[in-house]
Design a binder for this molecule. Structure first.
Ligand code: MD6
Ligand code: FE
Length: 208
C-alpha cells in the first residue's frame, strides 16, 4: 500500500490506490449490481429539484432524498422496493486498509456523473457515527474536487481526483464542505458510455 498525502488535518489522499485491472473489475461489478438497483435522480428537500448526478447504493443502507422527506438513509431502493445489493469485496477491503475504523461501512453511495453533472458544496452530515471517516473511491473521468480546510465555507482548496484515487476524511475534517466543480469529459475510457463514478462509503449508525 502506498503512503497517502495528508492534504489537511484529517484529509488523506491515495493517488491511484486501485490499479487499472482492479478498477476495470470494479466498474464491471458496479454495473452488474446496478441491474438490480437502477440509477435514479434524487430530489432536493422541499423543491424536489433533481440532482444532476445519478445515484444508487450498495450495502445495508442507502442515501436518498426527495421533496417530501428530504435527505435520509433507506434500507430499500425507492423505485424497486428491494434491499440494496451488497458492497463489493474490493471496496470493503479498501475501507479496512485505509479507514482506520473498527467497524464496517453500512452505506456505499454510487454517484454517476454524465452530461456535465456536478455536485454542489455540501457536508456529509446525515450519519450518527460522526466518529467514523468518510471514504471515497473515484473511477473514470478525472474531476476537480473542492474542499474546505476546516469546518467553514471560507478558505476552500481544490485537487484533481483521478481514476483509482482514494480519499479519506475524518476527525477535524469530517464535517467539512466539499463538492465536485467539474468533471473532465473523456479524460478516461474506463466507464462504458463514459463519465465518472464516485463511491462514497459511510458508517451510519454507531457500532455496538
Ligand atoms: C464525488 N464526493 O467525489 C463526491 N463526500 O463525486 C463526496 O461528496 C464525498 O468524495 C464525502 C467524502 C468524500 C467524498
Ligand atoms: Fe460528500
Amino acid at each position: 500500500m502506498s503512503k497517502p498525502a495528508e492534504l489537511a488535518p484529517g484529509v488523506r489522499h491515495w493517488r491511484h490506490y486501485l490499479d487499472a485491472g482492479r478498477q476495470k473489475l470494479l466498474v464491471d461489478e458496479i454495473f452488474q449490481l446496478a441491474k438490480d438497483a437502477p440509477f435514479y435522480h434524487a430530489g432536493m428537500p422541499r423543491t424536489g429539484q433533481r440532482l444532476s448526478v445519478e445515484m444508487t447504493n450498495f450495502g445495508k443502507l442507502g442515501w436518498y432524498s426527495d421533496a417530501a422527506k428530504g435527505y435520509r438513509y433507506e434500507a430499500r431502493h425507492p423505485l424497486t422496493g428491494a434491499t440494496w445489493p451488497p458492497i463489493p469485496a474490493t471496496v470493503l477491503a479498501t475501507w479496512e486498509e485505509t479507514a482506520g475504523y473498527p467497524a464496517p461501512p453500512e452505506a456505499c453511495l454510487v454517484n454517476l456523473y454524465r452530461n456535465g453533472a456536478r455536485m454542489g458544496l455540501h457536508r456529509d452530515q446525515d450519519e450518527e457515527a460522526l466518529d467514523a471517516p468518510v471514504l471515497s473511491i473515484s473511477l473514470g473521468d478525472h474531476a476537480l474536487f473542492r474542499f474546505g480546510a476546516a469546518r467553514a465555507r471560507a478558505s476552500s482548496r481544490s485537487i484533481g481526483l483521478e481514476s483509482g484515487d482514494v480519499l479519506v476524511f475524518g476527525g477535524p475534517a469530517r464535517l467539512m464542505f466539499h463538492g465536485i466543480d467539474r468533471v473532465y469529459t473523456a479524460s478516461s475510457t474506463l466507464i462504458p458510455g463514459g463519465g465518472r463514478i464516485n463511491l462514497t462509503l459511510r458508517r451510519v449508525t454507531r457500532p455496538g
